[in-house]
Every structure is written in C-alpha cells, then in structure tokens.
Write a protein that binds this ligand. Structure first.
Ligand code: HEM
Length: 257
C-alpha cells in the first residue's frame, strides 16, 4: 500500500498524471480538459452516442488505416527510388531481398484498400443516420474533401511501381483528364508534367503521394475531428421507443422553426 502511495506521490508519476483519481463530476471534467488526447472529446458524451453499432467505429477505422499507411509508407520510402529506370526494380528488390519488405508492402496495399472501403462505409453510415444535417453540414463537406484525398492517395500510389498496370493507369487517367471541357489540355499537362508520360510524370505523382496528399489529409482530418467536437460530438441515435428523446428532438425542431 505504501509502495503505491510512494509511486503515486512521486514527481515522475505526477508529471504524467496531473489530476488525482477522478471521483466526482468536477474532477472527471478536469481530467478531460487537462489532457490533449482526451480533449478531442467533449467533457460529456451521451451514453447512447457511444453505442458501437451506431457508428461501427468506421471513422476511427479509417484513421487507424491512415496511421498504418504512414508508418509502412516511411519504410517503403527507404528502398523506393522514384526514377523510371529504378522504380520497378526497387520494388522487385523490396519483395525479394529485403527483410519484411514483402510484408510491409502488402500491409501498405491492404491498408490502402481497407481505408477506401472504411471511408465509403463511414460516409454511408453518416448518410443513413441523417448525421449530415445541420449543424454537421460543414463537416460533411470536409468529409467529401477527405473522400477525394483518399481516392487520390490510392490512385497516386498505384502508379509508383511503374509497371504495366501503373503505366496504363496513367494513360487512362490522362485521357479522362484531357476530356475535361474547356481546360482539357491544361489538365492533361498538369497530370503528365509535360507532353508525354515520363520521368517528370513519375516525380510529380510521387511528390503528391508522399508529401502533398498526406499533409492535406492530416490537415482535413484535424479539422474534421475538431468539428465533430464543436458540433457537440457525434449525433445521437433516436430510438422509436425512447419517448423522452423523441420529445426533446420535436421540441428542438419546433424552436428552430
Ligand atoms: C479520411 C477519411 C475520414 C476519416 C478519418 C473520418 C473520421 C471520422 C470520425 C473518427 C468521426 C467520429 C464518428 C465516427 O467514427 O463515425 C467522424 C464523423 C463524421 N464524419 Fe468522417 N471521416 C472521414 C471521411 C468522411 C466522409 C467521406 C464524410 C462524408 C462525406 C464524413 C462525414 C462525417 C460527419 C458528418 C461526421 C459526424 C457524424 C455524426 O455526428 O454522427 N467523414 N468522421
């Protein structure tokens, strides 16, 4: 007992855990307010909003996939060389001659597929539960940006092995971009970095994939989470047999009108 007291009153312990064990509402609120990580959530969250089967944790799953992608992506960057001569062979070498190379490459690939699926499923859940309505309409728009970035990250990564699949994916993408009304030529030029597919195309998509798109995604994700918090945490499910909640929602609607 004395040992526990000695540990919990030590300077080292107190540097990590600044608040005493929260026994009442006020000290529970203080724990949340003083912690950067816990501060992502509002001080109070309605119990029903924490029901797993309401969100299915899909937004969290997308975040988790993004973290795995960042971690494994750094590993891939140690070996990958973004030149048209080396790109393909560095991937072959990674698969055959690097410890855990194949494992990390596959983890990166599968996490990318999983992220696209998770984001689309999350968007479907948000739509199905009507959570896109005010006050969460702005966060829906941020979400559309995140969906676009996720798809672009996926597409740009697909090009990097510089194999036949990648080459023809660029060719198709370029033709599609080139068909844009009025600015087709300019879009094609922007996608290729020149008049034809080559080194300048690869370096352009590589830079987008490893710097610009991840940074833009981190920025939008941070804004997305901040909005979830500011909009009073996630929307709350309403059950047909929950009369009190139905009355509260009806009252809120009446006040808005
Ligand atoms: C990288 C992609 C995304 C990530 C990491 C992400 C993450 C999250 C997280 C963690 C939440 C909290 C609740 C939950 O897990 O469902 C959330 C809520 C929300 N997200 Fe996303 N999201 C992404 C994409 C999207 C997309 C594509 C849309 C819609 C176009 C969207 C719209 C919303 C809205 C409106 C909420 C509030 C939902 C509510 O209050 O019930 N998000 N998001």
């Amino acid at each position: 007992m004395n040992l526990i007291k000695w540990i919990t009153s030590s300077r080292f312990w107190k540097s990590w855990f600044r608040n005493p064990y929260p026994r009442d509402r006020r000290s529970r609120a203080m724990v949340i307010l003083n912690s950067l990580a816990l501060h992502l959530h509002p001080v109070r969250v309605p119990k029903r909003a924490t029901k797993v089967t309401y969100t299915w944790g899909l937004g969290g799953l997308a975040t988790w996939m993004f973290m795995i992608l960042t971690f494994t992506g750094v590993f891939l960057m140690w070996y990958y060389i973004p030149t048209t001569e080396d790109a393909y062979w560095t991937i072959v070498k990674l698969e055959t001659g690097v410890t855990f190379g194949s494992f990390f490459r596959n983890l990166h690939r599968w996490a990318a597929h999983a992220m696209v699926i998770a984001v689309i499923a999350h968007m479907t859940r948000v739509f199905y539960t009507g959570s896109y309505k005010p006050p969460r309409d702005f966060n829906w728009v941020i979400g559309v940006g995140l969906l676009l970035l996720t798809l672009l990250l996926s597409f740009s990564g697909y090009l990097l092995p510089w194999d036949q699949l990648a080459y023809w994916a660029i060719a198709v993408g370029m033709e599609m971009g080139g068909a844009t009304p009025f600015i087709g030529k300019q879009v094609r030029m922007a996608l290729l970095g020149g008049f034809e597919i080559g080194q300048q195309t690869l370096i352009r998509w590589y830079t987008l994939h490893v710097i610009f798109l991840p940074l833009a995604t981190i920025f939008l994700m941070a804004t997305h989470f901040w909005r979830v918090r500011k909009d009073g945490n996630i929307s709350t499910p309403v059950y047909e047999d929950d009369e009190e909640e139905l009355r509260r929602v009806a009252e809120e609607r009446r006040r808005r009108r």
